[in-house]
Design a protein around this ligand. Structure first.
Ligand code: ADP
Length: 460
């Protein structure tokens, strides 16, 4: 509606403004031509000693004044001394009388009007003799040539503006139609996504803001979709991981309860299995809690931590387990490898990697934990000569609940959460973790952190 009123205003301006301007220009030119002709006649008559009908007619006959429709010469008593063009078209005596009355003050008077497609211009000039007024020259011009030009201009402008207006209205209807349909598409998409249909994508073509809005919407729903998929998978995996040990515990306890003459040795064996399962349940729930904390980005107070010290503590803690598995546990730790982190979280990262290196090792194998500064970064490397990860599994080992060998991982007490906790914790502290297979067998896990030089002033 506002748009249509705007079009109407534009058409109105287009129709009136140029016509008014052109009319004013003609009025201005008439003031020059008609008035100057009256002045020219007046100057010639001022030379006369006596103004009589005869003398005036003689002067007028000598003058060449063209284009005027009526010329009237009056004496000071307003008696008509000369007149041509008695019945000129549009001529109005009362206008002349009024102008003469005004000219009595000694000034030249002019009036021009546009009516019925013609310009009608009047000019009255007083004939001066010394200080007094001797008479008046009144001239009148009827011009319908320029009037017709103005009328033609008005008609052309009207036709052009009508055409333009019609076009603008049609275009505005087309535009508002497509605009509404594009907005409707976006609204439908928002509704579908609100209902949980995250795979919904909008197809709004173009290069304008609406197309950009749709692209942004699509990428937003894309992210929502993948987050939702991860969440669903995680919930499914987590409940499966919790259900499995619970089912085992139930089976083992039923076996004890339902057997009448079960020997104490078997009971002990079953109860020990039940304890293993509960331990695994406890470990899984603890790790799930750790992951939830990491997902929620809970802020921890960080300080300068020496990686070599932490790695040394990990090696000391794992030594007894490595010894029972006949795995050699070595370390190569350089000084001045400080990073900005929390000591507990760094311990957990190195412990998880080194524990895996021992756990997935072979009899007589070895594990080396090294800490060094490389290219201005601190690099922690855990290398083992163990069973390694098959190439096809390598891209997934940091995924939650991913185990290379599902059954063996579970039997060994693995939860499949250790590496995903490592990855999230490393990234939380601005680091990166990567895994690669050793050519001779085994794995190398590399964690890189930005180097943090601790001084009294803080970070450098
Ligand atoms: P888990 O609790 O099962 O050890 P992780 O997330 O720590 O879970 O590891 C995921 C899987 O990656 C493990 O099940 C194992 O198959 C494989 N893996 C991890 N570290 C090593 C390693 N050093 N050598 C061989 N396989 C490994």
């Amino acid at each position: 509606m506002t748009y249509l009123s705007l079009i109407a205003v534009v058409i109105l301006i287009l129709n009136t403004y140029p016509v008014i301007i052109s009319r004013d220009l003609v009025f201005l030119s008439k003031r020059n031509t008609v008035a100057s002709q009256a002045v020219q006649i007046c100057t010639s008559l001022e030379a006369l000693d006596m103004m009589t009908p005869d003398t005036v007619s003689r002067v007028m006959n000598m003058l060449e004044v063209g284009g005027l429709s009526t010329i009237v010469v009056l004496n000071s008593d307003l008696d008509e001394l000369y007149r041509i063009g008695r019945n000129a078209e549009g001529y109005d005596d009362s206008i002349v009388e009024n102008l003469v009355a005004l000219a009595m003050s000694g000034d030249n008077e002019f009036l021009s009007k546009f009516a019925d497609g013609a310009f009608m211009s009047y000019s009255v000039v007083p004939i001066m003799s010394e200080e007094s007024i001797n008479g008046y020259v009144c001239v009148y011009e009827y011009d319908n040539v320029e009037g017709n030009i103005i009328i033609g201009l008005q008609r052309d402008l009207f036709q052009i503006s009508c055409g333009l207006g019609l076009m603008a209205i049609i275009l505005s209807f087309i535009y508002s139609g497509t605009f509404t349909s594009r907005i409707t598409k976006i609204l439908n998409a928002i509704e579908s996504v609100r209902e949980g249909e995250y795979s919904y994508r909008i197809n709004v073509k173009g290069h304008d803001e609406l197309a950009r809005l749709s692209d942004e919407f699509n990428s937003l729903t894309g992210r929502l979709q993948s987050t939702e998929e991860i969440r669903r998978r995680f919930v499914a995996d987590a409940s499966h991981e919790l259900k499995t040990p619970l089912a085992a515990i139930r089976l083992l306890s039923d076996s004890i309860l339902e057997s009448d003459n079960i020997d104490i040795g078997t009971v002990k064996e079953f109860v020990s299995d039940i304890r293993d399962e509960t331990e695994r349940l406890a470990r899984t729930t603890a790790q799930l809690l750790d992951l939830t904390k990491l997902d929620n980005n809970i802020v921890t107070v960080r300080s300068a931590v020496d990686c070599a010290n932490v790695a040394e503590r990990v090696v000391r803690a794992l030594k007894p387990i490595a010894d029972t598995k006949n795995v050699k546990l070595d370390c190569d730790l350089k000084k001045d490898c400080t990073i900005l982190a929390t000591e507990d979280e760094l311990y957990q990262i190195i412990f998880n990697l080194a524990e895996n290196a021992v756990k997935y090792n072979t009899d007589g194998g070895s594990v080396t934990v090294s800490v060094d500064k490389v290219d201005g970064q601190v690099e922690i490397e855990v290398e083992d000569t163990g069973i390694g990860v098959p190439a096809q599994d390598l891209p997934y080992i940091f995924d939650r609940f991913y185990r290379v060998d599902k059954s063996r991982g579970r039997e060994g007490g693995g939860t499949g959460l250790g590496l995903s906790i490592v990855k999230s914790t490393v990234e939380k502290h601005g680091g990166q973790v990567a895994a690669q297979r050793r050519e001779e067998g085994g794995m190398i896990f590399t964690v890189t952190f930005p180097y943090f030089l601790f001084t009294n002033q803080g970070e450098k």
